[in-house]
Structures are given as C-alpha cells and as structure tokens.
Design a protein around this ligand. Sequence first.
Ligand code: L34
Length: 282
Amino acid sequence: MIISGKELSARMKSDMAAQVAEFPEKYGRVPHLAVVLVGDDPASVSYVTGKAKASEVVGIKNTTIRRPADISEAELLSLIDGLNADEGVDGILVQLPLPKHISEAKVIAAVDKSKDVDGFHPLNVAALWQKQECTEPCTPKGIIRMLKSAGVQISGKRAVVVGRSNIVGLPVAKLLLDENATVTIAHSRTADLPSVTRTADILVVAIGKPRFVTADMISDGAVVIDVGVNRDPETGKLCGDVDFAAAESKASVITPVPGGVGPMTIACLMENTIECFLRKMK
Ligand code: L34
C-alpha cells in the first residue's frame, strides 16, 4: 500500500477551507501567515511557493517576504520583531536553512512563541518534550497523520528513526513515543545501521541522502516513511532517502517521493496557522 500524501493533504486542505470560510463572520478576518525567505535556494523557493499556494486553497492570507542572501542577522531579527509586533500577523515562518553568517538558533528564538507555526521555538520544543500544549512541528505531525490515515498501529511497535535533526528526527521520535512506540534513533554514526533498521516495524528516514535505504535494510512487512526530498544525481528528478522501487516489494506500507511527506508538511503548516489564529481569538 502506498500512502498518498498528495491526496491526504488535499482532503485536509479542503476541510480547512470550509472551516476558514466561516472565520470572517466569526472573527472578523482570516488567519495571516508570514513566510520569510532569505536568498534564492531553488528548493526553498519551491517549498515556499507551495506554502503560498496551499494558503490560497485554504483561504489563509499569505505574505511571503523575500530578502537577499546577504541580509545581515540584525536586519533579519528586526524584520521578525516587526512581524511579532504586527497584530494582523498570526503565524511567522522563517524558511530554513539560512545563510551561514546568520544564527538559525537566534532567529528561531526571536519569533514570538505564539506565532511560531513551525514549532521550532525553544519554548515550543520544551512544551513538546514535556507533553504540554504546543505547536507540533509540521513534518513530524504530518508523518503521524499519514500513519493514522493508513490504519497503522503505532502503539507497542518498534519504530526506528534514521536522522536526528531538530526539524524532523528528534520531534518525530518524540511523537512516536507519545503514541507508545518503542523508539530507536539511528544516525550517521550508528554502527551496523542495516541491522538496526531491520528491527523496525515502522521505519522513518530523514537523512537527506538519495536512495540511501536499500531493500536489505527493511524487514518484510515494515511501514516505511520517506522524509527525504533529494535530486537524483543522475536524472535530476526528485527522489527520497529510500530506494522506492526496491523497498516497495518488502514494505507493507510506504510513502512516495514526491507526493508523500512533503505535501503533508505543508498541510500541517496550514493547520498550525489556524491553531495559532484560534488561540489568539479565543
Ligand atoms: N522553517 N524550514 C522551515 N519550516 C519547514 O517546515 C521547512 N521544511 C523543510 C525545509 N525547511 C523548512 C519544509 O517546508 C522541508 N520542507 C518541505 C516542504 C514541502 C515539500 C518538501 C519539503 C514538498 O512539498 N515537496 C514536494 C515536492 C516539491 C518540489 O517539487 O520541489 C513533494 O511532493 O515531496
């Protein structure tokens, strides 16, 4: 079975569109998401464009603010201060990665916690790890949605997460733990990685290496979630971290790239924007 993130995200967006259509009457306006894009990395441009398109479908106001790659850290922080102070802005997202001369940690911490639609702010991260109300990071949230939509039982299962980033690996491990999975986090220094990934009932791969996970690393009947969005070095086409053609025959459930986790990330961003808006309104 292939879980289509494209289809599932389309359903989520149409449900949200119906919900947001009632906001002008209920609250006097629709939610407003501000997206900040520094530089012109093609992948980032593509993702930010996807976020603007999804906002349009859902009926969320989207302002995408573009700045050159050589913007100073101070200028970026002052842009964020302005958005924090703007009563009409409900969500702020600074697209990552940022140029090397800018501290991502400083920028993430500068976003008002109540407008942090990414769930990256240290206080949101702390709330997530303490099981308190928080904004869940978009990609991990989307992954759990996909598993649940496919009827995958998570409780009691062995989950292996490959990758330990703040954006995906660590938070998805926590969300899987909250769903009562037994979670292992593997990474580039893991000894004999294939023997670890083979123990997985649910394998989540977020390492950013094209077709890194091969059939021999997957146990029969495993559920495979591919978070990677890479350019195939030979064909130039999008591909995941998992060798899909090889993995498909071993996995019971698998996600494709493109059309898998990526669109779910964006749909969950829309949800988080609505959540931040509603918290403010209530
Ligand atoms: N602040 N930075 C911040 N928040 C995020 O949540 C992200 N991320 C990651 C990169 N930086 C970020 C994203 O938005 C990755 N990411 C993301 C979003 C959307 C897609 C992939 C990654 C996506 O829509 N992928 C499509 C293909 C898009 C294409 O053609 O390039 C897919 O079908 O997988």
